[in-house]
Design a protein around this ligand. Structure first.
Ligand SMILES: Nc1ncnc2c1ncn2[C@@H]1O[C@H](COP(=O)(O)OP(=O)(O)O)[C@@H](O)[C@H]1O
Ligand SMILES: [Mg+2]
Length: 227
């Protein structure tokens, strides 16, 4: 993923640059955290990386392809199959059980019943929720809901996992577990992961840490991990 001179202005009211001339390259398999104060542009950056929004200036490249040149169908395909999202508020479908939530992306993609069942079983096992497959989201703790959301984000085997404050609604222990789960799964499958967080402890667990301030990259540091 690459951002080349990317700016994002929100045009309602006073024009306001939420991101200002960002140059950034994230390589395949990198684990990256984005930190910064509230309003600094973290979510904007993640939404642009995830093709949920478009820059007002500059170009974004997804797996080498300029996003501005993609058709709506190609963008939808990228969002569906190349990128997984995890949100602070979990965003589970309240009327579907755990199995149904994780299955949803596979239903949308029209995978057959057998493939859906196999994939969902494997993912629920990976996030430790096999025994909760037929619970409704309302019957789960926050940490369990986030694990469902993580499993759902991985259903289409995305190359890139984007997470916006994934621990923002969790107590520190569940947050820690959710992050360990994401990091472990990303390493195992060679996925790229970008976390937005304002928790320094979470940021410290990624090998690359980007800090943004007022829509600009204030620092970008890589370090060798302990293991
Ligand atoms: N849809 C929008 N319309 C107008 N301004 C927005 C919109 N989304 C975000 N902003 C503004 O852009 C700035 C960056 O927002 P955001 O990327 O959400 O920051 P963060 O995630 O770091 O808290 C903030 O000042 C916010 O108010
Ligand atoms: Mg935000």
């Amino acid at each position: 993923m690459r951002m080349d001179g990317v700016s994002k202005e929100y045009l309602e009211g006073e024009p306001f640059a939420a991101l200002n001339d960002i140059n950034l390259e994230i390589r395949g398999g990198e684990l990256v955290s984005i930190t910064g104060p509230s309003g600094s542009g973290k979510s904007t950056m993640l939404h642009l990386l995830g093709c949920l929004d478009k820059p007002t200036k500059g170009e974004i490249y997804l797996e080498g392809k300029p996003v501005s040149g993609m058709t709506d169908d190609e963008l939808a395909e990228a969002r569906r199959n190349r990128i997984g999202f995890v949100f602070q508020a979990f965003n589970l479908a309240p009327t579907l059980d755990v199995f149904g939530n994780v299955e949803l992306p596979l239903v949308i993609k029209e995978a057959n019943v057998e493939e859906r069942r196999r994939t969902v079983d494997r993912l629920l096992s990976a996030v430790g929720l096999t025994d909760k497959a037929h619970k409704m989201p309302s019957q789960l703790s926050g940490g369990q809901k986030q694990r469902v959301a993580i499993a759902r984000a991985l259903a289409n085997s995305p190359a890139i996992l984007l997470a916006d404050e994934p621990t923002g609604n969790l107590d520190s222990k569940s947050g820690e577990e959710a992050v360990s789960l994401i990091i472990g799964l990303c390493k195992k499958h060679g996925m790229t992961a970008v976390f937005v967080t304002h928790d320094a402890k979470i940021a410290a667990r990624t090998e690359r840490q980007i800090r943004i301030l007022d829509g600009k990259i204030e620092s970008d540091s890589k370090r060798r991990m302990g293991k």
